[in-house]
Ligand binder design. Structure first.
Ligand code: AKB
Length: 315
């Protein structure tokens, strides 16, 4: 029986992944932790503890006490916020990862999921259909920390036999918990603003194409990777996961099909340069072949669901 620690259960991914893991492994076996208060459904459905991943002694004590066997480490400062506090972001992102890698050496928590990102790519990477193996020269603090993290994960797997597993998430779109501080966040905010005010001022240009994925597909991919037989893995760093590719103009057009009066304006800020350095679309054939990555949602089906669910929530 697995005993699972989720670090960052109150965030955009954690608030959904924790509940999905509890359905599979049993509520009592999934330990949700964060330094922030989680949503009510996480508090009510199973154990929650305040835990700071940056405090190694407490982390180790926690894992031993609760006999943890698997860790999902979702703690990170995202791309936009990281540019405002480069040294702190580097310190937090790297220490959070290194503590869970060391935890895997020092305890029974030998299996670790850690998200990487399309931010590992940079302006010299081929922009369209970016392959798994290619030029990687990220020029953001967040991207540099994610690329370094991938290298460390592979190193711990090869040197110490830690079962490190990772995907390079594209921008993630969800209605439950809003993201914070990312460059792809516009694609969540736009739906909330469409319902609240019927207009949105976008911080990226209308033609900024980026890879994106609906949260249900991202959660399914994460669980599939963690359950896959590792003998089929052709790499132990991080897998490309593509999802879909669209621009702000495309999302606005998809929203207008449901809210014809919706209006979008554009006022690019510092995040435009980050978006310009990232791929527009991703080739994820290796993940499809190695562990059966698949996705269900496209821009139209996602838009319909986002608008329905956000209307129910704030409507
Ligand atoms: C961000 O925009 O920083 C994240 C990411 C693509 O990793 N959503």
């Amino acid at each position: 029986m697995e005993r699972i620690l989720v670090i960052g259960c109150s965030g955009q991914i954690g608030s959904e992944l924790t509940l999905a893991l509890r359905k599979i492994h049993g509520n009592e076996n999934v330990f949700a932790t964060d330094i922030k208060q989680p949503p009510a459904d996480i508090l009510e459905s199973g154990p929650f503890h305040v835990l700071d991943v940056l405090d190694y002694n407490n982390l180790l004590h926690f894992a031993v006490r609760f006999k943890i066997t698997q860790v999902y480490n979702l703690a990170a400062v995202l791309s936009g916020n990281a540019e405002k506090i480069p040294m702190q972001a580097w310190e937090i992102n790297m220490k959070a990862l290194m503590n869970t890698l060391e935890l895997a050496r020092d305890s029974d928590a030998k299996k670790l999921f850690w998200p990487s990102s399309i931010a590992v790519f940079g302006p010299t990477t081929p922009r369209f259909n970016t392959p798994q193996l290619t030029v990687m020269e990220p020029n953001t603090v967040y991207g540099i920390s994610k690329l370094a993290g991938e290298r460390w994960g592979e190193y711990y797997q090869k040197r110490y036999g830690i079962d490190f597993r990772s995907v390079r998430y594209p921008g993630l779109i969800s209605y439950k918990t809003e993201a914070g501080g990312g460059t792809t966040d516009y694609a969540v905010e736009i739906y909330y603003e469409a319902i609240r005010n019927k207009k949105y001022e976008c911080f990226l240009r209308e033609d900024s194409a980026l890879p994106m994925m609906f949260m249900d597909d991202a959660i399914a991919a994460t669980i599939k990777l963690m359950n896959a037989n590792s003998s089929k893995f052709s790499l132990r760093s991080s897998y490309n996961v593509g999802g879909m590719s669209f621009t702000p103009k495309d999302v606005a057009a998809a929203i207008k099909k449901h809210i014809p009066e919706f209006e979008i304006t554009y006022k690019p800020d510092f995040r435009q340069a980050i978006a310009d350095s990232w791929p527009a679309s991703i080739d994820d054939q290796v993940a499809r072949k190695d562990w059966g990555l698949s996705d269900k949602f496209n821009l139209d089906s996602m838009t319909e669901l986002m608008l329905t669910e956000i209307t129910k929530k704030i409507g």
